[in-house]
Structures are given as structure tokens and as C-alpha cells.
Design a binder for this molecule. Structure first.
Ligand code: GDP
Length: 305
């Protein structure tokens, strides 16, 4: 299964450490909990979320007196599933968009360069297209020529229309044109790529608000989804970016990429818990099919099976 494959490194590192730490032990004691704490932190679950998990297991041990190390897996699995924000997906293949009637469902995508933003948009467009969901892309990351070019390449590869005005164009104007074009074509979804320059927070905030304002003029209520793309292999950097973007705009969905190449998959758990924003998609490879709808039960199952 692809989900398993994408999380292989995280799983191996987490479980080899976990099983080594409980060798020869039958019950969960302070030493087991100390080891578990260290394992969770080194898997990039984050300190706050780790302490929350450890605290809950301690309560359980205090209550039940004896908790076997065999039970520890089951308890951990329940606690982790519980900490992940629900995103209401039925399965990892559940690529759908809410029906907005006459209007397209508008997804505005944000994230810093290099995290896999363009790739994620291309993969997403591909999944939608396969389900006969009509997509229009908008190249509003006009700060870098490469961003516009890359998105054009993806639009050709997937076979979906793109609206672009080249590098240096006003992002809000590109977003406006994209939504008008999406409406005229009766598209089901418009995906707008925007720039993510974190070095100037005020500029970023102003630029994103302007794009949002302009979008809402064409499609009331747009953008319906503000999707932040984070590189899962950067661990603590991803947390920092999530915090910064959440200050700049109302992020309501996360895509965490590059989970295939990293043992830091715990970042999914910590970010979802700390930001209280659901992880909607995970990237598990460079290929066009390597994007999945995040489903917390399947995520936990693949970590623990
Ligand atoms: P952007 O600058 O944020 O638009 O980043 P790109 O979409 O251009 O991606 C940067 C690099 O990350 C490219 O080489 C992608 O192939 C790679 N990439 C994106 N998503 C994934 C993923 O889920 N797994 C892996 N292994 N690589 C990815």
C-alpha cells in the first residue's frame, strides 16, 4: 500500500526505537515512559504534544496500576488518533470538493518556496481531473518566474487550463482572472498558487488579504479553503512556518509533503494538534500519484501495523 510505503522511514525509526526500549520489560514504568518521551520527540511529534501524550499514558498507568508493554501500542494508537484533527475524509482516495452550485470551490494555496507547493497543486489537479471534477489553475505566485513556469508544465502534464500573466504580474489580478475564467468555464474548482515570502510578514499579510478581497468579489465566500503546504522533512521548521502563516491569514487546511523521505513523520501529529488545523493531504513521493487525502485512522493504522 502506498500509504505504508510513504511512511516507512518514520515507522521503522519509531518502532525499532520503541521495541528496543521495552525489551525485557513487561510493564509500563517510569523508564519506559522516559524512553517513549524521547522517541516521540526525536520523531518530531513536538515537545508540547509529546508531553500531552505522556501525561495521558501516565494517568492511565496511575488508574490501572498495571499496564503491560503490549498494551502500550494500543494505547498510543488511540491517543494519537485522538490528537489528530478530524478532516472528515472517508479514505485516502477521497478526492472531492464541496458543491458550490454555479460557483467554483476556491482553494488558495500558500507556503514558502521549495516545500512542494507547485507539485502538490499538480498532483491535486490530477486527482480531481481523474474524478471528472473540472479544474482551473491560477498562477498567482508571480514573484518567481520558475513558479509560473512550473505550474504551466503541470497544467500541460495533467491537461487542465491555467490562467497566468507571467512573472511580476499583480497576484490579485491573476486571482481575479482565474475565478472569472473558472466561472465562465463552469469549473468545479479553482486552485490558486500564491507566493509565500515569509521574510516580510506585513507584506505577506497585505498581499494575501488583497488576493482574498479580490476573489470574494468574483465568488462570494472565496477562498473557501486556504491550504498551507509544509515540508514534513524539515521537522521544527514546518512548525515555525505554520505559526507564521497562521498569523498572516486564516489557514484552514494543511498539506504535509515529503513524508516518504523522512523519519520525521511525527510532525503530522504535532502540527495538527498544536495548530488545531486538519491535515488534509500528505505527499508521499515525487510522482504524480504520490498525494493522498489524509485519513487519521488509516494514518495511525499504517504507523502501527
Ligand atoms: P515549490 O517551490 O514549493 O513549488 O516546490 P516544488 O513543488 O517545486 O517542489 C520542490 C521539490 O520537492 C521538487 O523536486 C519536488 O519533486 C519535490 N517534492 C514535492 N513533494 C514531494 C513529496 O511528497 N515527496 C518527495 N520525495 N518530494 C517531493
Amino acid at each position: 500500500e502506498t500509504l505504508n510505503k510513504g511512511l516507512e522511514k518514520t515507522k521503522q525509526s519509531f518502532f525499532s526505537k520503541l521495541s528496543r526500549s521495552i525489551v525485557g520489560k513487561s510493564k509500563v514504568d517510569d523508564e519506559v515512559l522516559d524512553n517513549l518521551e524521547e522517541i516521540l520527540i526525536t520523531s518530531d511529534v513536538g515537545v508540547e504534544t509529546t508531553l500531552k501524550i505522556i501525561g495521558r499514558i501516565e494517568e492511565r498507568v496511575a488508574r490501572d496500576k498495571f499496564v503491560s508493554t503490549d498494551e502500550l501500542n494500543l494505547i498510543l494508537r488511540d491517543e494519537i488518533a485522538d490528537l489528530l484533527e478530524e478532516n472528515n475524509s472517508d479514505s485516502v482516495n477521497d478526492f472531492t470538493v464541496p458543491d458550490k452550485g454555479e460557483d467554483p470551490y476556491v482553494i488558495m494555496v500558500v507556503g514558502v518556496n521549495g516545500v512542494g507547493k507547485t507539485t502538490t497543486i499538480g498532483k491535486l489537479a490530477n486527482q480531481f481531473k481523474k474524478k471528472d471534477i473540472k479544474v482551473v489553475l491560477g498562477a498567482a505566485d508571480t514573484f518567481r518566474a520558475a513558479a509560473v513556469d512550473q505550474l504551466i508544465i503541470w497544467s500541460e502534464r495533467v491537461g487542465v487550463p491555467i490562467v497566468q500573466q507571467g512573472m511580476g504580474a499583480d497576484p490579485a489580478s491573476v486571482a481575479f482572472d482565474t475565478l472569472q475564467s473558472a466561472k465562465a468555464q463552469n469549473a468545479d474548482v479553482a486552485i490558486i498558487d500564491t507566493a509565500g515570502r515569509l521574510h516580510n510578514k506585513v507584506n505577506l499579510m497585505n498581499e494575501l488579504s488583497k488576493i482574498k478581497r479580490v476573489m470574494a468579489k468574483v465568488v462570494p465566500g472565496a477562498p473557501h479553503e486556504i491550504l498551507l503546504v509544509l515540508d514534513g522533512s524539515t521537522g521544527q521548521n514546518a512548525y515555525e512556518q505554520a505559526k507564521q502563516f497562521a498569523l498572516a491569514t486564516d489557514i484552514n487546511a494543511l498539506a504535509i509533503t515529503k513524508l516518504d523521505g523522512t523519519a520525521k513523520g511525527g510532525v503530522v501529529i504535532g502540527i495538527s494538534d498544536q495548530m488545531k488545523i486538519p491535515v488534509k493531504y500528505i505527499g508521499v513521493g515525487e510522482g504524480i500519484e504520490d498525494l493522498q487525502v489524509f485519513n487519521r485512522q488509516e494514518f495511525v493504522d499504517s504507523l502501527f501495523n
